[in-house]
Write a protein that binds this ligand. Sequence first.
Ligand code: PHE
Length: 348
Amino acid sequence: MALPDLAAIESDARRDLAAAADAPALDDWRTRYLGRKGILTALLRGLSDLPQADRPAIGQGANQLKRALEAALTERQQERRRAETEAQAPAATSIDVTLPARPHPQGQLHPVTLTRRAMERVFREMGFDVVEGPEVEWDTYNFDRLRVPRDHPARDMWDTIWIDPESPEDPAAPLAQPAPRRLLRTHTSPMQIRYLEAHQPPIRVVVPGTCYRYEATDAAHEWMLTQIEGLVIDENISFPHLKGTLESFVHRFLGPGLETRFRCDYFPFVEPGAELSIRWGDRWLEMLGAGMVHPEIIEAAGLDPERYTGFAFGMGVERFAMLRYGIEDIRNFYQNDLRFLQQFRGVS
Ligand code: PHE
């Protein structure tokens, strides 16, 4: 019987291994050469058929070849896995570590935030405290206690985003008090009531905050807006204090040359009520509502309205930002267009 040609087996095996391109082909190769019925197993099993003298050399050679082929298979499998990973993540291999670093763009404050903070600074200089209040508010604070009763047409002045649904009317108890409902505050005025609950005059406070209205938008109106509420209560406060304070604020904040205009306006929680507009090119931009705090509100706070009087105002921060930066359309503020927002980098 001819002796097995180990060298020929090895060169066949290595050639076939190099040609096996994927996992199934490698598996086939392993079965063919190293499997239970494979060529090398058969060879080792057949040793006993060989002449006695040849057995040790052939046996040793066959075992060596088996180990060598197992090692070659392992290496080929690893090589294939590496190639697969690289094919799946081409980007990872294309990073050029020699490129110079580029700074990641830094965040920055929103123009409305910049404006709100600058307005707060001016009010602090003028002797006001700054406090904040809840954006989710009870209708009692947002409306009723500001003299805007349920079912009164004045409620239609503020299109409202409700959080709690309206409770169904109970025909058996038509006079029952309806349950309080929560809403997204439509203005910062509820903080007049909250502040009066907790503080005694003299009061001089501003309340910045976000408000929400269920409203169609245009160049001067957004459904989300920022207000700064103001409340001043003391003895001997009269309408000229209101005018003087607001004019002084406008001129400190936007410059002394601006033309302002007061006109009568109506808000249920003030008497008399006014609005202040600023000339902007050939039109007037309404900047705030204001008025003398209604005596019933002062009385409801436990104060004597004969002794204490005061004024309140609610400013639109976006409107002030428009004038401050020369922005034509209020809708720019909340569209999150980076081309708009990045113009305020480095601006204070
Ligand atoms: N809260 C009113 C509004 O949002 C503005 C206002 C505040 C008017 C204080 C008078 C006094 O329209």
